[in-house]
Design a protein around this ligand. Sequence first.
Ligand SMILES: *Cc1c(COP(=O)(O)O)cnc(C)c1O
Length: 417
Amino acid sequence: MNLSFNQIESLSNQFGSSFFLFDVNKLHDNYQKLHTAFKKRYPKLIIGYSYKTNYIPYLCKEMDKLGAYSEVVSKLEYDLAIKIGVNPKRIIFNGPIKSFEAIKVALDNGSLLNIDSLYEIDHIITYCMENPLQHVKLGIRVNFDISQSNKNVLQEGYKNSRFGICVANGDFEYALKKLSQVENITVTGLHGHFSTNERKVETYITITKELCRIAKKYIKGNLEYIDIGGGFYGELPPEFAITAPTFDEYACAICKVLNSEFLIEEKRPFLIVEPGISLVANVFTFIAKVMETKKIAEQFFVVVDGSVHNIKPTMHKRNLPMQIFYSKEDNPENGLFHIVGYTCMEKDYLAYEVAGKPPTQNDYILFENVGAYTIVFNPPFIKERPAVVAFDGNSYLEVRKRETLNEFFHENLYLFS
Ligand SMILES: *Cc1c(COP(=O)(O)O)cnc(C)c1O
């Protein structure tokens, strides 16, 4: 997507002084690349799009149309999938908190359900008692050690993941035993999503092998799927200077394990992958208008009508790749500048020490790679959240409007007097 200053200005006049742009064709492209990489090596494939990464309803619907299942981790996300018309049999319900009601709806609807903790077993058994004629299938998220050569690979360097039911301490066996006492329950799937620092291919080999081992030992003939979760790298901007594995490299390693663990083709389980960030990160940009560029001591501060909360809610210090759209050509200044936002926090920096020609009033800055864990993490802080505008190659469609006072302080929620 190549935009000119005039195009940006006209979009800004229409949609607000800051807004997100969603490149629909790029989403299709990412999906097809991931799908092809896995499908050609392992045809029994299900891709479940991780809603929490970015659950703009229009995007979720696009994913559904592309053929992805919906991977949800709360009843709220589950209900969103239903609301946009997803077939409930194509919803994968994960996550640590599930009420009895949520489990009941998922089982009534025939959704795929992966339990994360032992308490869910009680809900499921209650459900099975109430519905003795229904055959209930479920998956279990398992917890095991994925450290590589004694090094912790989990995000933040944690030694143990907090998710799933632990295999090493016997909890998993206990869970299976308890579930096996109810006649109309079958455990048909295993789930193993891990968030790691480096998203390495070797880690996925470990995860896939371990899931296969556990499946063969405990589930055998009932096995229908192995769900290895998400966490893959997508295509990264060169500015990040990270050499990320490609979809082909992930798929090659993972499918090789499955194909060699399950030699008889008819007996192969489905492989479920649950990508989030790898499909949507590079699909969104954020555009913010420059209000003023001021000088404090000898430093330039470019003040924009956007916030770090729009583009980097985790407030990491890495500058995103960006493009500047200048309204005039005669800017004589050159040097280092910071880009700062509309909130009243000192640390609201959208970028640090950018080198070049500081933009000035009425210029625009476009930040790239802001599609994952941004819009969903944007707090209702100080200002209404901006519009999200989708571009499909032909036209612009406002898929989320800018919030107004009424939506921000919804009359059904707040008491005003
Ligand atoms: C967050 C999450 C994903 C997606 O992870 P990404 O790193 O965005 O690919 C997949 N599955 C589960 C269970 C998750 O919690």
